[in-house]
Design a protein around this ligand. Structure first.
Ligand code: PAF
Length: 284
């Protein structure tokens, strides 16, 4: 069932809760691919009822980013959800989520601001305000749907860690379920933004996964010095790659590490053909 209004979603959820049914939420911005499908499958397996939200959230895009051209495929997304056991696809418009007045400028909206320590690195460094927008919308979705479980992909690992922190710090009664990265057969991590890549870009984009896999294999052979591990990346990079970061951080709290261990996650962001791609790998 496709719903656009907050009140309609609330009505259904209230009914489910009365019946003692568990509710799962899969928050998305649409353009669903197999990565999203794996979250949906996990949610359907674990919960009696599943809500998938489809909302291209304007306040998490920075000026000059791809908000306008972000792929919007609601009809296809709704069908995919319905074919896979989702009870409600919640696709509000911007006014429904934020109201006319609140969108006039940031001065009119209450934001949820995650801690500086968590956002002042990786994607947060170049995408100023991005995680404020993510936390604000996810918090709103939690309040609207009141899910028992919410499912997030490890592809956006910084986002996942920040959302877990928000849930802990604000005592939000939801259990966050992390879901593994889904890759194309080539190894490329699935992303709605892969649609922007040409066939040639897709080949160059494989460098991200190759770098991460090679680092993990070097670590498993006994190299744990982060500088030495970072060096290994350069053999996979050429003029087709614009590396933004390659960072080694503690997987729970994003603390920087100089000696990698089993709780280290390696994060990479790199532009290929003008498209910004991210990926990560857990060393443990
Ligand atoms: O990961 C995403 O698609 C978005 O950041 C999310 C969590 C749906 C919030 O808009």
């Amino acid at each position: 069932m496709l719903l656009h209004k907050i009140e309609e979603v609330r009505k259904h959820v209230k009914e489910w809760k009365k019946q003692g049914l568990s509710v799962g939420l899969v928050p998305t911005m649409g353009a669903l691919h197999d990565g999203h499908l794996s979250l949906i499958e996990k949610a359907v397996e674990k919960c009696d009822k599943v809500v998938v939200s489809v909302f291209v959230n304007p306040i998490q895009f920075c000026p000059g980013e791809d908000f306008d051209k972000y792929p919007r495929t609601l009809e296809q997304d709704t069908k995919l959800c319905e074919d896979n056991g989702v009870s409600i696809v919640f696709a509000p418009n911007t006014t429904e989520m934020y109201g006319e007045v609140q969108m006039r400028s940031n001065d009119f909206l209450t934001y949820v601001i995650p801690p500086f320590f968590y956002v002042n690195k990786l994607c947060g460094k170049s995408r100023i305000g991005h995680f404020d927008g993510v936390c604000t919308v996810v918090n709103k979705l939690f309040n609207i749907v009141q899910p028992d479980y919410a499912f997030f992909g490890e592809k956006d690992a910084q986002q996942l860690i920040i959302i877990k922190k928000m849930v802990d710090d604000l005592n939000i009664p939801v259990k966050i379920i992390p879901c593994p990265i889904v890759r194309e057969d080539s190894g490329l991590a699935m992303s709605s933004r892969n649609k922007y890549l040409s066939d040639e870009d897709k080949i160059h984009a494989l460098a991200l996964n190759k770098i991460l896999k090679n680092i993990k294999s070097c670590y498993q052979k006994g190299i744990n010095d982060v500088d030495a591990l970072k060096e290994t990346a350069y053999e996979f990079l050429d003029e087709h790659h614009d590396l933004e970061y390659l960072e080694f951080l503690n997987s729970d709290n994003l603390d920087e590490v100089t000696k990698a261990d089993n709780n280290t996650r390696v994060f990479i962001a790199c532009k290929v053909g003008g498209v910004r791609l991210i990926d990560n790998i857990y060393l443990g």
